[in-house]
Design a protein around this ligand. Structure first.
Ligand code: ZN
Length: 253
C-alpha cells in the first residue's frame, strides 16, 4: 500500500512539474507542500531559488540550495528536524544556506511513536538548530503549525548536542532565546491534542505551551489561531475560556 502511494505521489509531483509549471518555474512565487511528494528533489530545490514562499525544506536544501534569496515564508518541519537531530555530532557541521527569511513556519506532527520501544511522546524539536536558523536567516516572525498526525519513528534518538525540546516541557528550565520576534502564531487548525490541552482539563502538560513559546520565541505579540470550540451552552464556553486563560497566564500562577 505504501509503495502504491509513493508511486502515485511521484506521478502527481512529476505532472505538476512538467505539465502545470513547465518552463515557468522562474515565475512561481510560492510553492508549499510539493516537496512532501518527492522529499525535496533537485527540481523543487531549484524552484525554491526564485520563490518567496517555499517548503517544507528537506535535507537536500542544505546540500543543493546555493543562491542567496529572501523568503517571505519558509516552512520547516519533521523531515528536516529529524535528519539534523539524528545525523549531527556538532552544530558547526551545519552550514545553513545564505538566505534570509521574514517568517519561519514550523510544521510538526504533535506526537511520534518509537516503534522499537512502542512508546509515544510529544514531538521534539532541535532547539539549537531552530535558534541558529532564526539568527542566521534574520527571522522576524514564527508560525507554529501543530498537526494532529502521529509520526512513526524507528529507534529515534536525538544527538545530545541538539538539545531536544518539547513545547510541553516544564517551562521553568527553558532557556530564553536572545532574538526578539515581531510576532508569533500558534496555529491549531489541524491540531487535536494541543487544542484539547489548552481548552480542556484533559491534557495537563499542554499548560506549558505558551510559557515555553514566550521563552523560545520572545515577542510581545502571540496569536493563537484555528481553535474550534464545540460548546452549546455559555457554561461550557466559560470552561473553555477559563482553560485558555490558565494556559496563557500559567507562568504567573
Ligand atoms: Zn520535487
Amino acid at each position: 500500500m505504501w509503495m502504491v502511494q509513493k508511486v502515485f505521489w511521484k506521478q502527481v509531483h512529476d505532472s505538476i512539474i512538467s505539465v502545470l509549471i513547465g518552463d515557468n518555474h522562474n515565475l512561481i512565487e510560492e510553492i508549499v507542500g510539493l516537496t512532501d511528494l518527492c522529499n525535496g528533489c533537485s527540481d523543487c530545490v531549484k524552484m525554491g531559488e526564485s520563490c518567496r514562499g517555499y517548503g517544507p525544506i528537506y535535507p537536500s536544501f542544505l546540500e543543493k540550495y546555493i543562491v542567496p534569496n529572501h523568503f517571505d515564508n519558509l516552512v520547516v518541519g519533521d523531515p528536516f528536524f529529524d535528519f539534523i537531530a539524528t545525523k549531527s555530532d556538532s552544530l558547526e557541521e551545519w552550514n545553513l544556506p545564505m538566505i534570509s527569511c521574514r517568517n519561519l513556519t514550523i510544521d510538526c506532527a504533535e506526537m511520534k511513536i518509537d516503534l522499537t520501544n512502542l512508546v509515544s511522546s510529544v514531538t521534539q524539536m532541535p532547539l539549537k538548530i531552530v535558534e541558529m536558523m532564526m539568527k542566521k536567516w534574520k527571522v522576524k516572525s514564527v508560525k507554529i503549525n501543530s498537526r494532529s498526525m502521529i509520526k512513526d519513528i524507528f529507534n529515534y534518538k536525538h544527538k545530545e548536542i541538539i538539545a531536544p525540546f518539547r513545547l510541553t516541557d516544564p517551562f521553568a528550565t527553558t532557556e530564553k532565546s536572545e532574538s526578539k520576534l515581531d510576532h508569533v502564531e500558534l496555529n491549531l487548525t489541524r491540531s487535536s491534542k494541543c487544542t484539547r490541552g489548552i481548552t480542556t482539563e484533559e491534557v495537563e502538560e499542554y499548560r506549558n505551551v505558551i510559557a515555553n513559546i514566550r521563552r523560545m520565541f520572545p515577542t510581545d505579540h502571540i496569536k493563537i489561531t484555528g481553535v474550534y470550540v464545540q460548546s452549546s451552552t455559555l457554561r461550557e464556553l466559560y470552561g473553555v475560556l477559563n482553560c485558555l486563560k490558565e494556559t496563557i497566564y500559567h507562568e504567573n500562577q
